[in-house]
Design a protein around this ligand. Structure first.
Ligand code: HEM
Ligand code: HEM
Length: 401
């Protein structure tokens, strides 16, 4: 049977595993690098990018499954002996490279999977499993760590692979030995007298390479959370009520699941006198820096020109009267997004105690009123309704008393 390895040859199983995994890995490097560079401001661009990454992830998990079988198989097999065992440094380097390559085919898909599981919403895996992983929370910090690991393990792979391929070509064209032929289809057998492979030392060398690369990146701060993008742009406003704390969140439904995001930078100018009877007792003007939105893994898509177009329309403005209607309050006014001004009413609850006001309100918008995602008419992909959730604590300014 030629299926198994001997000390003089790779068997057909090892060869098939080698080339299937090699092709899959190289294809996925190309897909990953290409996908990273694809722009994502129009819907067509986002659709292409999402498809490329879905292929990347689906193929990557397939390669991962084959890689696990490959490793199990390799553990049961003898490793064909080097053809020039007297070149000890070369043999050592080749063995260390094989450890790095075996590690890469496990660690790269695993970290990619971790990244995917820690983010939400973009480019699903097409297998019927694996959208989430146990113990991996949805969180930008966790995603950043996995994304950085995925990238670093890739860099190690690229360097190792370049040396691996150059080594194979060197054996073939300069040494004119059967090292490459032994890995190609056919019945090549070749063996040399002398010692075989070292096991432990090359494995430690591979571990040391990863440790140095990850450690170096750690020192350089690659794993640290990204600084708040751009900080605040909006000038503070003088207001009768100063917002001390608050969130301005939106919830969109993408591919059937909710994705929540927040605007980090917004200001509110509020005038309000509480009265018991119904009437207009104040007004509010909220200005929102559209570019300060974070929305899971679709943040940059959401700010692209087909959606919120943050560059062309950097501000959204909500202007409203604060009205008491029976027991409840309403903010009745207009919301302007992308220069489209649409009347809106937001019911809100209010509690004022010792000059500190707590309010919270919700409002559902139809994104089509603002030309957001106009060409995306499929509600299954992106629902028309977008919920806005406001919650804030404001203190009455001294001058206003
Ligand atoms: C054009 C690309 C490639 C060429 C020409 C090539 C060639 C070879 C050759 C000739 C060997 C046998 C070495 C020996 O007998 O000592 C080998 C082994 C190996 N290759 Fe590749 N390879 C390529 C791509 C890859 C890729 C992409 C990976 C994984 C990411 C990979 C992983 C390995 C591993 C782990 C071994 C050791 C197998 C074992 O001894 O168990 N190779 N390769
Ligand atoms: C199997 C071999 C794989 C290879 C060789 C590979 C390679 C790459 C490369 C070269 C990139 C672009 C560089 C970067 O920003 O990191 C990338 C990005 C990415 N890969 Fe993979 N990958 C593999 C598997 C996977 C798997 C299984 C998943 C998820 C299930 C995945 C998810 C991702 C994601 C989400 C990105 C974008 C990362 C970001 O935006 O920072 N990859 N991959």
């Amino acid at each position: 049977m030629l299926a198994t390895n001997t000390v003089a040859r790779y068997g057909s199983v090892a060869k098939s595993f080698h080339w299937i995994v090699a092709l899959g890995m190289i294809a996925n490097i190309a897909l990953g690098l290409w996908g990273e560079r694809l722009p994502q401001s129009t819907e067509a661009e986002i659709a292409l990018k999402s498809t490329v990454f879905s292929i990347h992830k689906t193929l990557g998990l397939t390669v991962f499954a084959v890689a696990i079988l490959r490793v199990i198989w390799a553990l049961t097999q003898p490793k064909p002996a080097p053809l020039h065992p007297e070149r000890r440094a070369e043999t050592f380097a080749a063995d260390a490279a094989h450890w790095l390559l075996y590690g890469s085919i496990i660690l790269i898909p695993l970290t990619g999977w971790g990244y995917h599981a820690a983010t939400e919403g973009f480019a699903p895996i097409w297998w019927p499993f694996g959208q989430d992983l146990p113990f991996i929370p949805n969180s930008p910090e966790v995603a950043r760590i996995f994304g950085t690991l995925h990238y670093l393990f890739n860099i190690v792979l690229w360097v190792t692979l370049a040396l691996h391929i150059l080594g194979a070509l060197k054996h073939h064209f300069f040494d004119r030995d059967a090292t490459l032929a032994r890995m190609l289809p056919g019945r090549t057998e070749a063996a040399a007298e002398g010692e075989g492979h070292g096991h432990v030392a090359p494995a430690f060398a591979a571990l040391a390479v990863w440790a140095v690369v990850l450690g170096g990146a750690g020192v350089a701060g690659w794993f640290a959370p990204e600084a708040e993008a751009g900080g605040t742009e909006l000038e503070e406003v003088a207001s009768d009520w100063t917002v001390e704390d608050g969130t301005l969140a939106i919830v969109v439904v993408q591919n059937g699941s909710e994705v929540e995001g927040q605007f980090a930078d917004w200001t509110a100018d509020i005038t309000f006198e509480q009265q018991d009877e119904p009437g207009i007792w104040g007004d509010v003007r909220v200005e929102i820096a559209v570019g300060s939105l974070t929305l899971g893994s679709v943040t940059s898509q959401a700010k692209g020109s087909d959606f919120l177009a943050a560059e062309e329309h950097p501000r959204a403005v909500f202007e409203a009267d604060l009205v008491k209607v029976s027991d409840e309050y309403e903010a009745q006014g207009t919301l302007t997004i992308k220069d489209q001004t649409v009347p809106v009413t937001m019911p809100f609850s209010l509690r004022i105690e010792d000059d500190v006001a707590d309010m919270s309100g919700r409002l559902t918008l139809d994104r089509r009123n603002y030309g957001v995602g106009e060409n995306m008419q499929d509600e299954g992909q992106l629902a028309f309704d977008v919920e806005v959730r406001v919650q804030l604590t404001a203190r009455r300014s001294q001058e206003a008393e």
